[in-house]
Design a protein around this ligand. Structure first.
Ligand code: FE2
Length: 266
């Protein structure tokens, strides 16, 4: 009775080892091929429902937050647009929306820590926001701003200076996506001279925003100019393509060439 049992075990072991020979190198290869560190903090997204072009309902927001959790994030600082022509958000609107979102997430058992800042558009209303007495900054330290994609604002340097004078570090959202950057070395270097930090959109790394944005990310990465990485999540498609980005060599390379500061904000 003992021998057949041993034979069976031996056979199981043989099959197990045979399987390992096939699967082990495969996993090893995947591991070698992939990812830099797992990002725990995200500082650019549009999760507060109904106040900009991001999530349009609390259900959609909860789906997106669950997706962020699944990707390994532990904390998000969500950043609704503040734009004079389209999204006339105020600190009051953002804070109320944040509270609703935090309560809904808690009720759903979502563990993510959720805070809010804003993504300021450099337009004619910007100075009023900056001097209104309440700025939706990130950790009371960084002011996340964007500009038109097409043309560089004439007063961009003055505005950047004013951000510093108000006590914040200017943090440019997705520098790789501005089509007015035609001479990357000259123009990105100038922003750096002015004390601007750069937050690159993760999806630009995978080519989601086109060849030009991808090329600019490669340039910024190679020159060690990237400071933060953001998801800039507006909807589910953004999250779906993020998992591919995290598996890419280009993503891993960023951590070799740049000092990524996301963890500083946890
Ligand atoms: Fe954004």
């Amino acid at each position: 009775m003992i021998l057949p049992f041993l034979e069976k075990q031996k056979e199981e072991m043989r099959l197990f080892l045979e399987k390992q020979k096939i699967t082990l190198p495969f996993f090893k290869k995947q591991k070698e091929k992939t990812r830099g560190p797992v990002l725990k903090l995200d500082l650019h997204s549009h999760f507060i429902p109904g106040i900009d072009d991001g999530s349009q309902s609390i259900e959609e927001s909860l789906t997106l937050l669950r997706g962020m959790e699944a990707l390994g994030y532990e904390k998000v600082i969500t950043t609704p647009h503040i734009m004079i022509d389209v999204y006339r958000n105020t600190p009051k609107i953002i804070k109320e929306g944040l509270l609703t979102l935090q309560e809904a997430a808690k009720a759903e058992g979502i563990q993510l820590e959720i805070e809010a800042g804003a993504e300021y558009y450099l337009d004619e209303g910007f100075y009023d926001h900056l001097h209104s007495g309440e700025v939706m900054s990130i950790k009371n330290k960084y002011l996340l701003f964007e500009t038109s994609y097409i043309s560089k604002p004439i007063q961009v340097e003055e505005m950047i200076f004013e951000i510093g004078a108000a006590g914040y570090i200017p943090l440019m959202a997705h520098p790789e996506r501005y089509r007015y950057v035609t001479d990357p070395l000259k123009e990105y270097s100038r922003f750096k001279e002015l004390g601007v930090l750069f937050q690159v959109d993760l999806n630009s790394i995978g080519g989601y925003y086109g060849k030009s944005a991808k090329k600019n990310v490669d340039f910024l990465s190679k020159h060690g100019m990237i400071d933060f990485l953001g998801s800039d999540t507006h909807h589910k498609r953004h999250l779906e393509s993020l998992s591919d980005v995290f598996m890419s060599d280009a993503y891993a390379d960023i951590f070799t060439n740049n000092k990524i500061r996301n963890d500083e904000l946890i």
